[in-house]
Write a protein that binds this ligand. Sequence first.
Ligand SMILES: [Zn+2]
Length: 60
Amino acid sequence: MFKVKILCPSTQQPVDTGIATSQQSWESTSATNNRVRCPHCSETHTWDKPDAFLEGVSAG
Ligand SMILES: [Zn+2]
């Protein structure tokens, strides 16, 4: 599984969107107009799939 993250546009820090996905389901989804509360700058960021990246979660 992967965590879906975006980069905060203000601080360039990774923000966990709270979404977990597999590579396969991520490729078949069309995530648009999502919102996430940013812990770095306290803003709410709107993000689309191209803004996001996957971070692997180690099993175990
Ligand atoms: Zn932010």
